[in-house]
Design a protein around this ligand. Structure first.
Ligand SMILES: [Zn+2]
Ligand SMILES: [Zn+2]
Length: 95
């Protein structure tokens, strides 16, 4: 992780402190920023991330990518690959 990368809420600038505040639809609780918003249990890629209000955040939802300031290559690559796994573009035949 590069030094100039900062993670904070796009709406209120709350910074995640490494706590496991996020819960997947499958019920698994983890730190979503440790896996670029992919559930370690069921593999679901979450496109939106909620700010955690009970530890100082605003409770709003934002796109996971919007949380990264000075997004580094690792995160971009990680998230891109994750999205490609769930949404593969279909190419028209014969072109
Ligand atoms: Zn899950
Ligand atoms: Zn917030």
């Amino acid at each position: 992780m590069e030094e100039n990368v900062k993670i904070c809420c796009p709406k209120c600038d709350w910074e995640p402190d490494g706590g496991q505040y996020w819960m997947c639809n499958c019920g698994f609780v983890w730190d979503t920023f440790s896996t670029a918003a992919r559930c370690p249990s069921c593999g679901k890629q979450h496109e939106e991330t909620q700010c955690i209000d009970h530890v100082g955040g605003c409770g709003g939802f934002s796109s996971h990518l919007d949380w990264y300031r000075n997004l580094d290559k690792w995160v971009k690559k990680e998230v891109k690959e994750s999205f490609e796994e769930v949404a593969v573009p279909a190419l028209p035949a014969g072109e």
